[in-house]
Design a protein around this ligand. Sequence first.
Ligand SMILES: C[S@@+](CC[C@H](N)C(=O)[O-])C[C@H]1O[C@@H](n2cnc3c(N)ncnc32)[C@H](O)[C@@H]1O
Length: 203
Amino acid sequence: MMNSSHWENTYSSKAVHERSWSESGISDSLSELIASEISKQDTIIDIGGGSSTFVDSLLSDGFEHVFVLDISRTAINEAQRRTGSMGTRVSWIVEDVLAWKPLTKFDYWNDRAVFHFLIDPIDQRKYVDQVREATKSGSHIVIATFSPNGPEACSGLPVQRWSAQQLSALFADFCTVVSHTEYKHVTPWGSSQSFMRLHVKRN
Ligand SMILES: C[S@@+](CC[C@H](N)C(=O)[O-])C[C@H]1O[C@@H](n2cnc3c(N)ncnc32)[C@H](O)[C@@H]1O
């Protein structure tokens, strides 16, 4: 189980440019969403969205039903402050993804650099159960983790690195693979991290 105090401390003690996962400019989660051709009325959730700017792009592109969930209140406050009046249209949720009781069936589930912190197979199974609970037939699920070529830790915590094959096996009994992409994220201090992004569609 992950620890909310770690994330509260991290967001309150490190500025945006001191967090390895901060992106310069538009979030790399956006390209996959655009490729999925979902509609502006579809319901989107960014799991462990933190203070990612993905939500800013969704709001300015006119998506109407946007949710951001994160275990850290500090991160959500930061995103709320940044998005200002546009952000009042977002459903902000402070919860542990594993403990949360989803009340909505989402059309699009996005996770960038959150699932990889679940290193216990029991937690990984719980996460997949949450995906099953919170999505429906036709929903898109997009998960980006460190790839086998990526770092072994993130934010000082150990992570599990995933190949496309290993990651897609978790969803094989209820989803079909749309695409998988290995790509590089460049941290604010210029080091390169290899990510694996898997996009599956629920059968
Ligand atoms: C590496 S950061 C990535 C943040 C964001 N997805 C992005 O791409 O900028 C990991 C995020 O996951 C959140 N997080 C960690 N464990 C979580 C959990 N069990 N439930 C919900 N959020 C969690 C953290 O607070 C943090 O915002």
